[in-house]
Ligand binder design. Structure first.
Ligand code: AMP
Length: 218
């Protein structure tokens, strides 16, 4: 099954994509994570993307479609993919339809996670991650059990994304509302759109997604 989690930065797409990966064997395909990996590796794509990402703009469709197509050709996506942070423009959405068709697949559903912009700013600016195992935390909502120590691996090193500061978050939300929100109507027109409340607790959001998956399977 191929699914898109659609929603602004901080809506919880990454968290839910990881839960879906564990529960159903789908692969999370996060273009943001792929770009951050390219930056860490110092590749040409990473070098070009870094400045764009740091100011909250979108990386060009060509670059994004190139890395997604390459990822879709790996054998481990055969159980299905949860797209997280992709597509973000109408051109990317149309290319994804073609890419799936060319590989004998299709899009099964798009889940829009509805959230409130002000709550998002609070959610994003407070988040941080264990530098060793990648476990996500939040200054207010999900602190480690012992201050400064990762619950999962015991590491004492944590990182924050450079684009998770308030100014860039507000810019990213504007970019979302202008360039990505039109995809809601695109997918509604295809009959693929399912809207859920992304402001609920993580477990409640997972349950809402599972309800959509059950409908899609029926
Ligand atoms: P994310 O981790 O999804 O919040 O993405 C972080 C940043 O990576 C975004 O603010 C963009 O600069 C860039 N990015 C990620 N995915 C895309 C995409 N599908 N199209 C264009 N830019 C992207």
């Amino acid at each position: 099954m191929n699914l898109i989690l659609l929603g602004p930065p901080g809506a919880g797409k990454g968290t839910q994509a990881k839960i879906l990966e564990q529960a159903h064997g789908f692969k999370q395909l996060s273009t943001g994570d792929m770009l951050r990996a390219a930056i860490s590796a110092g590749s040409e794509t990473g070098v070009k993307a870094k400045a764009i990402m740091d100011r909250g703009d979108l990386v060009s469709d060509d670059v994004i479609l190139g890395i997604v197509a390459e990822r879709m050709d790996k054998p481990d996506v055969s159980q299905g993919v949860v797209f997280d942070g992709f597509p973000r423009t109408p051109a990317q959405a149309e290319s994804l339809d073609k890419m799936l068709k060319a590989r004998g697949g299709k899009l099964d559903g798009v889940i829009e996670m509805k959230v409130d912009d002000e709550a998002l700013v609070k959610r994003i600016t407070g988040r941080f991650t264990c530098a060793k195992c990648g476990k996500g935390y939040h200054d207010d909502f999900a602190k480690p059990k012992k201050v400064g120590i990762c619950d999962v691996c015991g590491s004492t090193e944590f990182t924050r994304r450079p684009d998770d500061n308030e100014k860039t978050v507000r810019d990213r939300l504007q970019v979302y509302n202008k360039q990505t929100a039109p995809l809601v109507e695109y997918y509604r027109g295809q009959g693929n759109l399912h809207v859920i409340d992304g402001m609920a607790d993580i477990g409640q959001v997972t349950a809402a997604i599972e309800t959509v998956l059950a409908q899609l399977k029926a």
